[in-house]
Design a protein around this ligand. Structure first.
Ligand SMILES: Cc1ncc(COP(=O)(O)O)c(C=O)c1O
Length: 438
């Protein structure tokens, strides 16, 4: 007998969800605020929670974040400069408090990670060390549908080095395209391209999860294949950190960077993260890098000498003292991840997104761009809508659904296991089907 979807099933899944308690730790926007143009026929309680499926863009605020930021303000008011040592969470070693949980979220060793700056800034700082092109080996590989900031970053890096190294700047970026008629890249094709261009590629810098299609790349296979051919490997994990159970240390890329405002729920423009593999840390003076005093060995930092002595950890890439007010939300959020555990989150995520995909099988004319194999995706499904997609998207917004729209016809929907429910998925699918039927 075929399984018939019912709301009762969704509610039962929510009752049995071992992570169900985490939803109440988040502030969920309400229907009234989201559905400004709500049509009365939907008959929702205006104070009821909206269906928030856009944690892939900006994650929700944990309730505890407000108190954590206020604590820092109170300590600043009370202690002034003495807060560096006497604040409840002393500011001088503030970033140290984040290290263990940050490492756990991305499957790294503590000294391999650092919280600092923003994502594109970190990619540039890491490329200063890890993109060292020569006349023969100069190409940077990205996917053709990489996020624009990544395209700009790698192109500008190629331009920065081209004249000195003696290569043609436009040829410095190799963009990987899917096969004709396909939306996502096949691993076999990625590996084939790397092999074909093995003598000219300096750096492979793909996204762990592509922002547009939601495709999760095979990080271990691609990393190992590229490294065997002498390439440097970095990953942009903007859409992977807090979404996928990563194993950065074991997978062995040279570097990675991610933002913390998406799945890591640390607020707009939150402090980002960076990873440098341990094999680069024991001889920290070996790699070229841009330096600042927070990358100096703490043992000599306050000797205030002119000579930079890099610390033997990813901190060697940090420049400035930590922005405590901005780091407080990250500290809170990483604490929640430590309690929930990435493995359990990923298990629920597979079920939630699988359930969404199952319900959408009945949505006439919707094409899913994201791979069907759960091992090749995270939370997000990218859906191509038929007809006037923008109008359908606006209709969904009016019914209290928060997802996002990418021109010309893609909506991205990300049920997030920390705070979304199976009932959210059920409601999303019903509203989408109503929008399609209009
Ligand atoms: C994959 C990817 N790379 C880079 C960026 C840019 O991030 P930032 O503005 O924090 O530098 C984003 C932002 O959403 C992104 O999704």
């Amino acid at each position: 007998m075929e399984f018939q979807p019912t709301e009762a099933f969704a509610l039962e899944m929510d009752r049995n969800d071992p992570l169900r308690g985490f939803r109440s730790e988040f502030c969920i926007p309400c229907f009234r605020d989201i559905a400004r143009a709500a049509k009365p026929r939907y008959n929702f309680d205006p104070a009821s929670p909206a269906v928030y499926f856009v944690g892939n863009s900006l994650g929700l605020m944990p309730g505890a974040t407000r108190a954590a930021v206020e604590q820092e303000l109170d300590d600043w008011a009370r202690w002034g400069v003495e807060g560096h040592f006497h604040a409840k969470h002393p500011w001088y070693p503030y970033h140290e408090e984040l290290r263990e949980n940050l490492a756990t979220v991305v499957g790294a060793r503590p000294r391999e990670v650092v919280a600092m700056n923003s994502l594109t800034t970190n990619l540039h700082l890491l490329m200063v060390s890890f993109y060292r092109p020569t006349r023969e080996r100069y190409k940077i590989v990205i996917e053709d549908s990489a996020f624009p900031s990544d395209s700009y970053a790698v192109q500008s890096q190629a331009e920065f080095h081209a004249a000195r190294a003696g290569f043609d700047a436009p040829a410095g970026v190799l963009r990987l395209r899917p096969r004709e008629g396909e939306a996502t890249l096949r691993t076999e094709d990625i590996l084939e391209s790397l092999d074909r261009e093995k003598d000219s590629i300096a750096l492979v810098m793909l996204s762990g999860v592509n922002y547009l299609t939601g495709q999760l790349f095979e990080i271990p296979e691609i990393t190992a294949f590229a490294r065997e051919r002498g390439m440097v490997v970095g990953w942009d994990l903007a859409h992977a950190a807090g979404n996928i159970d990563l194993s950065l240390h074991d997978d062995g890329p040279d570097f990675a960077a991610w933002c913390s405002y998406k799945y890591l729920n640390s607020g707009p423009g939150a402090v980002a993260g960076a990873f440098v593999h341990e094999r680069h840390l024991d001889d920290p003076a070996k790699l070229p890098r841009f330096a600042g005093w927070w990358g100096n060995d703490p043992a000599t930092r306050f000797k205030m000498g002119p000579e930079f002595v890099p610390v033997a950890s990813a901190d060697a890439w940090s420049l400035s003292n930590p922005p405590v007010l901005a780091m407080a939300p990250l500290r809170v959020s990483l604490g929640i991840f430590a309690k929930a555990g990435m493995k359990a989150l990923r298990e629920k995520s597979r079920l939630l997104t699988g359930y969404l995909e199952f319900l959408l099988r009945g949505a006439h004319g919707v094409k899913v761009l994201t791979p069907a194999d759960p091992a090749q995706r995270g939370c997000q499904l990218s859906l191509v809508l038929p007809g006037d997609a923008r109008q359908k998207f606006q209709h969904m917004q009016a019914a209290g659904i928060v997802c996002d729209f990418r021109e010309p016809n893609v909506i991205r929907a990300a049920p997030v296991p920390l705070y979304n429910t199976f009932a959210d998925v059920w409601n999303f699918s019903n509203v989408l089907k109503m929008a399609l039927a209009r």
